[in-house]
Design a protein around this ligand. Structure first.
Ligand code: ZN
Length: 285
């Protein structure tokens, strides 16, 4: 990392400059909140219509119609999942991890939404249930379900001297999309993007502000549930890091499958739901 042991000379008013108050960039209350009461009534009527098992160190896709729900479920053992989402009808609109982080927080839970890329910038999915919501923030400053990591990938692994490993989440997601859409790996790769790290427990170290991970608190039966605000194509990788408490990008960690379940609610309960349109901004030139 950068050597900060020799800082530049402090100006005379350094203390005054540091004392300015932080301001939340996107203030709470300015983003329209989802109607969780109504979604709560709809989720009482859920009927499972599909299920996909994601094998360890591999990826699979799934589709969720607008207005339906889906869950990422832990089965067999503690396991982290790397999630990508696309507009099922237009792969150019995909999950925007950075803006989701800026609008909500470094980690997401119930009531937060997964936003899509510019120029659409609309909620793709709303989180409606999280059995790990109890975890909150631990003494290390870590939380669960982050939008700060990117995804493990073979390029960074090689860069850091780890050799060539072919089952990183990036590769698993590329292969899953490639097989779902009849594309080559090379055609699918540019569509794969920064993920929601489902069940992953992460934070920044307090002294050096470096990204860290620790063993996920997830246990079999835990799940993270979403409401699809648009027609979704999803891809999930069961990370080779398993619970991500030690290493990743190798076959060293114990690794388990993940399950994706898709549910249909009583759609009458969602009559008139304000399904989001693409963002209305138009550039003047
Ligand atoms: Zn991974």
């Amino acid at each position: 990392m950068t050597d900060r042991s020799l800082p530049s000379a402090e100006p005379a008013d350094a203390a005054e400059r540091r004392s300015r108050k932080p301001v939340v960039v996107y203030p709470n209350g300015t983003l329209a909140a989802p109607d969780l009461d109504r979604l709560g009534k709809a989720r009482e009527t859920l009927e499972k219509i599909d299920e996909v098992i994601v094998p360890p160190r591999d990826g699979r896709t799934f589709t969720v119609p607008k207005g339906y729900f889906f869950r990422v479920v832990s089965v067999d053992g503690p396991q982290v999942g790397d999630l990508n989402l696309w507009n099922a009808n237009d792969l150019n609109e995909r999950f925007f991890s950075g803006k989701t982080r800026a609008l909500h927080a470094t980690h997401v839970s119930v009531g937060d939404r997964l936003w899509s890329t510019l120029p659409s910038l609309r909620p793709m999915a709303t989180i409606t249930h999280d059995t790990l919501a109890w975890y909150g923030w631990d003494d290390d400053g870590a939380g669960v379900h982050d939008v700060i990591g990117t995804r493990c990938d073979p390029y960074t692994n090689r860069l850091l001297g780890g050799g060539d490993y072919h089952n990183c989440c990036h590769s698993n997601l590329c292969r899953a999309l490639s097989s779902a859409r009849g594309m080559s790996f090379k055609e699918a790769e540019p569509h794969v993007h920064d993920v929601l790290n489902v069940f992953m427990c992460t934070g920044f170290t307090k002294d050096t502000h470096q990204y860290f991970m620790k063993a996920s608190p997830v246990r079999p039966g835990d799940y993270l549930e979403f409401f699809a605000e648009i027609d979704l194509l999803g891809a999930l990788s069961a990370c080779p890091g398993g619970e991500c408490g030690n290493s990743h990008s190798s076959d060293a960690a114990a690794c388990y499958p993940l399950k994706v379940e898709v549910f249909r609610p009583d759609m009458d309960l969602l009559s008139g739901w304000p399904f989001p349109r693409r963002n209305g901004y138009v550039s003047p030139v």
